[in-house]
Design a protein around this ligand. Structure first.
Ligand code: PCD
Length: 804
C-alpha cells in the first residue's frame, strides 16, 4: 500500500496525462504579455493597406495611383501590373485553383483586393487608399449557385474554355468540379425499394470564423544576406515557407517563417491571402520590413468564409426504422476562386463522413462546386474539412426521417447506431472508424437530462399552449455525432503535395529539464500545457520542467500545422513516440549506471529500476545528467530524439449533445434551459483544457446556429461586414454548459487520444438547430434554414399559423 501511495505521489508530481494542469500560457495572455502579429515592430517598418472593390462583379477600366503617391509618407502603390513581371499577380490556391492577388482586369467579389498601398504608418496608408481612383464598369452579379450554373454570365474568364479543373471535368463555365463517393446504383436501388423515404434540402448557411485577432503578416527581406523573415498568423508555418519558396524562387533555407502568438485561428488562418504576398513583395521592393494587418471588415468580407452548402438528402428505412440507404447531393458555393482549405484529393473535405454514427448499408454522395460573386475561402471553421456540414446534414435527416416514421428520434438513433463490436467499422463511403461505443454514450446522455421526463414536460407545455394557457414551446435538440480528425495518413492526405504527417523533437538538458518543439502551432488551445503532459508521462520528467515551442520554421521540425483537430492525433502521437525514443536510450544509460544488463531494468513512472530490486534505480533526472557527463561505451553523449509520425488512420471522436430550449412563439426569442455535452475523445490529456475546448466550441455552435451569418444582397453587397451585423456571442447570450464524457481510446494512437477541439462545434450546431425544429414538430415543421435568429423563429411560428 505504501509503495502504491508513493508511486501515485511520484505520478502526481509529474502532472502528466489526465491532470487538469493549469494552462501555463495564461500567465502571459491574461497580463497582456502575449506577442501577437501586431506586436511585431521592426526598425524602419512600413505599413500596407488595400484598396478594395466596392463591386461584386465589375471590369476594372483604370487605376490612377498618382494622387495617392503624392501624399506625404506614401512609399508605393502596387497593382496587378507591378506584380505581373514577378508572376505574382495571381497565386495558386490550396484547392488547385488560382486566385488574383490584386485585381487583374476585373473584380469578382465585394472587398476584393485591387491595389496595395505602402506608407510610413497605418493612418497614412488608410488615407492614401481613399486617394486611389479606380474606374469600374459593373457586370451582372451571381450570388445564387443554382442560378450561376444556368447563367450565361461568365465569372472566371481566365478559365472559361477549360473543360477540366483540378478535380476533373467542368460542366459549365461557372462549375468547378463534381466529386463523388459511394455506390450510386446500389443506393438508388435501396431507396427505390424502401418502405419509407425522407427527402429534404438542408442548407448550412455561409458564415465566418471571425477570430478576435484578424489576419496579418510582417515581411522582412534582408538584401545583404538574402534572407526573408516572415511573421504571420499562420496555422501551418512550414507549409507557408515551402509555398513562399516555390512562388518567389527564394531558396527555402533563406526563408524563415514565424507564427507568433495567435489570437484564435478557427480555420481562418490556414489559407494564403493576398495580404501575405503583398507584404513580401513590398518588402522586397522597398528593402525594409512591411506590415499588413487587416481590420475587422476586411476579415469578415474578404478573408475566407465557411460552409455555404446546399445539401439535398434522401434517406430510406424500413417501417421499423432501420435505415437502408442514404444519398446526398451538395451544391457547394465556393465564391469567386476555389480557395477551399482541404487536403488535395478531397475537394469536399471529409464530407463523406455524412453517414454519421449510423450503420447505413449503402450510401452515395456527390458534390458540385460552383463559382459565384462571393468571397473565396471555404475554410474548416472549427471542423475537420466539411465534417460539420456532414454532421448537420445527417442529424437533420435523422430528425426528418423520425417525423416520416412517426418515431421518437432518440429511439431511431439507437436502432441505427454502429454497435460496439462492429469497430473497426467500414463505412459505406469508405472510412474505417477506429473505435466507438455509441450506445453507452447515448444512454448516459439521455439519463443525465432525464429524457423521458423532458418529453413529458414538453407534452404538458404543448397542451397548455393549445389550451391557450401559455405561449411557450419546448424543444429537445438531440445529436449524436461522429467526427473524423487527425489528417493524414500521408498516402491519402497532402496539402500542395506535402504529406500530412507531423513531428516532435525533444532535447533533454543535463539537469533534467527539457525543450520539445513541434510542427504544429497553438492558437489558444493550450499546447504548451498539454504536450508537456504527454511527455511527462512518457519520460518521467515533470511537465513543469518541459518547455514546448512551436511556430518557428528555423527551429521546429517540419510539420503540417494545426487545424482539423490534428495536433493531438498526429503531433501528439509524434510527441509520445519521440518520448519513447528518449526512454529507450535512457534505459541503456540506466543499465550501465546500475551495472546490470539493459533487459534487467524496468520503467517505473519517472525512473528505471532493477527488476526485483526497486530500491536500486536511476531517475530520469539522474540519467539526463549521466548522458552528458559520462563516457558510456557504445552510447553517444546527449539525450535527444525526433519523431516524424505518419498516422495509420484518422481518429473518430464522437459525442452525444442535448439542447433543451424554450421558445416564445410570439417574439421568436429562445431560452436555452440546458445544454448537455458528452464527448468521447479517447484518452483525455487535460480534462480542464477539454472542458474549455467544449465551452468555446459550443459557444461558436450557438453563434452559427442561432444568428451568425455572412449574407449578401442580390447585388453581391456583403450585408454583414461588421460586428454590428455579424453575431458574435458574449456572456449575455451564452448559457451554462454541462460537460460529460466517456473514454473509448483510439486503438492506433500511441496514447489512445483522439482530437476534441472541433467536436463541440460539429455536435453543437445540430443540437441547437434540432431543438428549434423539435419545438415546432407537432405543428408540421420539417426543415427551416439556419441561422435561427429571433426573426426567423418568429417567422416559422407565423408560417405555421401560430400567431393569431
Ligand atoms: N486535448 C486533450 N485531450 C484529448 C484531445 C485534446 O487534452 N484527448 C487538448 C489538446 O492537447 C489541445 C486541445 O485539447 O490542447 C485541442 O486539441 P485537438 O483537438 O487535437 O485540436 P488542435 O489540433 O490542437 O487544435 C485545432 C482545433 C481547431 S481545428 C479549431 S478550428 C479550434 C480548436 O482547435 N481553434 C481554436 N480550438 C481552439 N481553441 C482556441 N482557444 N483557439 C482556437 O483558434 Mo480548425 O480546422 O482550424 O477550423
Amino acid at each position: 500500500m505504501k509503495d502504491l501511495d508513493e508511486r501515485e505521489e511520484r505520478k502526481d508530481a509529474l502532472k502528466g496525462l489526465g491532470c487538469s494542469r493549469k494552462r501555463v500560457e495564461d500567465a502571459r495572455f491574461t497580463q497582456g504579455k502575449g506577442n501577437y502579429i501586431d506586436d511585431v515592430n521592426l526598425p524602419g517598418m512600413l505599413h500596407g493597406d488595400f484598396v478594395r472593390s466596392p463591386y461584386a462583379h465589375a471590369r476594372v477600366v483604370s487605376i490612377d495611383t498618382s494622387a495617392a503617391m503624392a501624399l506625404d509618407g506614401v512609399v508605393a502603390v502596387l497593382t496587378a501590373k507591378d506584380l505581373e513581371p514577378l508572376g505574382l499577380h495571381w497565386m495558386p490556391t490550396l484547392a488547385g485553383d488560382k486566385q488574383m492577388v490584386l485585381a487583374d482586369g476585373k473584380v469578382l467579389f465585394q472587398g476584393q483586393e485591387v491595389a496595395f498601398v505602402v506608407a510610413k504608418d497605418r493612418y497614412i496608408a488608410a488615407d492614401a487608399v481613399e486617394l486611389v481612383e479606380v474606374e469600374y464598369e459593373d457586370l451582372p452579379v451571381l450570388v445564387n449557385p443554382f442560378e450561376a450554373l444556368k447563367s450565361d454570365v461568365v465569372l472566371r474568364e481566365d478559365i472559361k474554355d477549360e473543360k477540366e479543373g483540378a478535380h476533373g471535368a467542368r460542366k459549365h463555365h461557372n462549375h468547378i468540379f463534381t466529386w463523388e463517393e459511394g455506390d450510386k446504383e446500389a443506393t438508388e436501388q435501396a431507396i427505390g425499394a424502401a418502405e419509407v423515404v425522407a427527402e429534404e434540402m438542408v442548407y448550412y448557411h455561409r458564415t465566418h470564423p471571425c477570430p478576435l485577432e484578424p489576419c496579418g503578416s510582417v515581411a522582412s527581406m534582408d538584401k545583404v544576406n538574402g534572407k526573408l523573415t516572415l511573421w504571420g498568423t499562420f496555422q501551418a508555418p512550414h507549409v507557408v515557407r515551402t509555398v513562399a519558396s516555390l512562388l518567389s524562387g527564394i531558396e527555402e533555407h533563406n526563408i524563415r517563417v514565424i507564427s507568433p502568438d495567435i489570437g484564435g485561428g478557427f480555420g481562418n488562418k490556414v489559407g494564403v491571402y493576398p495580404g501575405y504576398v503583398c507584404s513580401i513583395v513590398a518588402s522586397i521592393v522597398t528593402g525594409v520590413p512591411v506590415k499588413w494587418i487587416e481590420d475587422r471588415m476586411d476579415n469578415l468580407m474578404a478573408t475566407a468564409f465557411a460552409r455555404d452548402y446546399w445539401m439535398k438528402g434522401r434517406i430510406s428505412a424500413t417501417k421499423e426504422g432501420k435505415i437502408t440507404g442514404l444519398d446526398v447531393h451538395v451544391t457547394a458555393d465556393h465564391g469567386a476562386f476555389d480557395a477551399c482549405a482541404d487536403p488535395t484529393k478531397f475537394p469536399a473535405g471529409f464530407f463523406h463522413i455524412v453517414t454519421g454514427s449510423y450503420d447505413i448499408p449503402v450510401a452515395h454522395v456527390a458534390v458540385d462546386g460552383v463559382y459565384t460573386n462571393k468571397a473565396p475561402g471555404g475554410v474548416a471553421y472549427r471542423c475537420s474539412f466539411r465534417v460539420t456540414e456532414a454532421a448537420y446534414c445527417i442529424e437533420r435527416m435523422i430528425e426528418v426521417l423520425a417525423i416520416e416514421l412517426g418515431m421518437d428520434a432518440a429511439e431511431l438513433r439507437r436502432i441505427n447506431f454502429i454497435k460496439k463490436d462492429q469497430f473497426p467499422y467500414q463505412s459505406a463511403l469508405g472510412w474505417e472508424y477506429d473505435s466507438g461505443d455509441y450506445h453507452t454514450a447515448w444512454d448516459k446522455a439521455l439519463k443525465a437530462v432525464d429524457y423521458e421526463g423532458l418529453r413529458k414536460e414538453q407534452a404538458q407545455m404543448l397542451e397548455d399552449f393549445k389550451a391557450g394557457k401559455s405561449r411557450k414551446l419546448l424543444g429537445i435538440g438531440l445529436t449524436h455525432f461522429t467526427e473524423i480528425v487527425g489528417a493524414g495518413p500521408v498516402k491519402n492526405c497532402d496539402i500542395l503535395g506535402m504529406g500530412m504527417f507531423d513531428s516532435c523533437e525533444i532535447r533533454i538538458h543535463p539537469t533534467g529539464s527539457a525543450i520539445a518543439r513541434l510542427g504544429t502551432i497553438s492558437q489558444g488551445q493550450g499546447h504548451a500545457t498539454t504536450f508537456a503532459q504527454i511527455l511527462a508521462s512518457e519520460i518521467g520528467l515533470p511537465a513543469d520542467s518541459i518547455t514546448i515551442e512551436e511556430g518557428d520554421t528555423d527551429t521546429a521540425p517540419y510539420g503540417l500545422g494545426t487545424y482539423g483537430s490534428r495536433s493531438t492525433p498526429v503531433a501528439g502521437a509524434a510527441t509520445a513516440m519521440a518520448g519513447r525514443k528518449i526512454r529507450a536510450k535512457a534505459q541503456m544509460i540506466a543499465a550501465y549506471l546500475l551495472e546490470v544488463h539493459d533487459d534487467d531494468v524496468e520503467w517505473d513512472v519517472d525512473r528505471f529500476a532493477v527488476k526485483g530490486a526497486p530500491e536500486r534505480f536511476k531517475t530520469m533526472k539522474d540519467i539526463a545528467y549521466a548522458a552528458y557527463n559520462q563516457a558510456i561505451p557504445g552510447v553517444e553523449p546527449g539525450l535527444e530524439a525526433v519523431s516524424y509520425y505518419d498516422p495509420p488512420n484518422m481518429t473518430y471522436p464522437f459525442g452525444a449533445y442535448i439542447c433543451v430550449m424554450e421558445i416564445d412563439v410570439d417574439t421568436g426569442e429562445h431560452k436555452i434551459r440546458q445544454f448537455y455535452a458528452l464527448d468521447d475523445c479517447g484518452t483525455r490529456i487535460n480534462p480542464m483544457v477539454i472542458d474549455g475546448q467544449v465551452h468555446g466550441g459550443v459557444t461558436e455552435a450557438l453563434a452559427i446556429a442561432m444568428g451568425q451569418e455572412i449574407a449578401y444582397d442580390e447585388m453581391g453587397n456583403c450585408k454583414t461586414g461588421t460586428l454590428m451585423d455579424f453575431f458574435l456571442p458574449t456572456a449575455v447570450e451564452v448559457p451554462n454548459y454541462q460537460t460529460d464524457h466517456t473514454v473509448t481510446p483510439s486503438p492506433h494512437h500511441p496514447i489512445g487520444a483522439k482530437g476534441v477541439g472541433e467536436s463541440p462545434n460539429v455536435g453543437g450546431v445540430p443540437a441547437f438547430s434540432n431543438a428549434v425544429h423539435d419545438a415546432f414538430r407537432p405543428f408540421g415543421l420539417r426543415q427551416s434554414h439556419m441561422p435561427h435568429d429571433h426573426w426567423r423563429i418568429w417567422k416559422i411560428a407565423q408560417t405555421l399559423g401560430l400567431h393569431d
